[in-house]
Ligand binder design. Structure first.
Ligand code: DQA
Length: 150
């Protein structure tokens, strides 16, 4: 089984309780369970992590540099729009696919959400499908891994 790290940034621990009209009623735990179930069927193992701290997110990205995982899916929350440090950490990853994911359609919201530092580095971006964005992102990573490994 290939291991896919799924990093979730600040405030995503509040999914299901926070701005329901934007992010929906599904909790992060429910997204994790659904994503894991879907992934298992296509022989991928997903490891979910969440932190409200930028430094923790950066340390998890560093683990990807050391080839501990075969792919990275990242929803950096608001750090998406601000964190050069996270972008720089992602730039150090050379060998594995990176997919940026968001529940909301960040281009339909405030102007400041249109800028993503993660997009500068990610292989692709999936946003706007609510909790289902994570499943679509897993499909995208599977496709990239197949292309890479034949
Ligand atoms: C988000 C979009 C970000 O702009 C916001 O700060 C979040 C969640 C999303 O998944 O839609 O916290 O990343």
């Amino acid at each position: 089984m290939k291991n896919i790290l799924v990093i979730n940034g600040p405030n995503l621990n509040l999914l299901g309780k926070r701005e329901l009209e934007i992010y929906g009623k599904t909790s992060l735990k429910e997204i994790e369970n659904k994503t894991k179930e879907f992934s298992k069927n296509i022989k991928l193992n997903t490891i979910f992590k969440q932190s409200n701290e930028e430094s923790k997110i950066i340390s998890w990205i560093h683990e990807c540099v050391n080839d501990k995982y075969n792919g990275l899916l990242i929803n950096a929350g608001a750090y998406t729009h601000t964190s050069i440090a996270i972008m720089d950490a992602l730039k150090a990853i050379e060998n594995i696919p990176i997919i940026e994911v968001h529940l909301s359609n960040i281009h339909q919201r405030e102007e400041f959400r249109k800028k993503s530092y993660i997009s500068e580095v990610a292989d692709g971006v999936i946003f706007g499908f609510g909790a289902h964005s994570y499943i679509l992102a897993i499909m995208a990573i599977e496709n990239l891994l197949k292309k890479k490994n034949g």
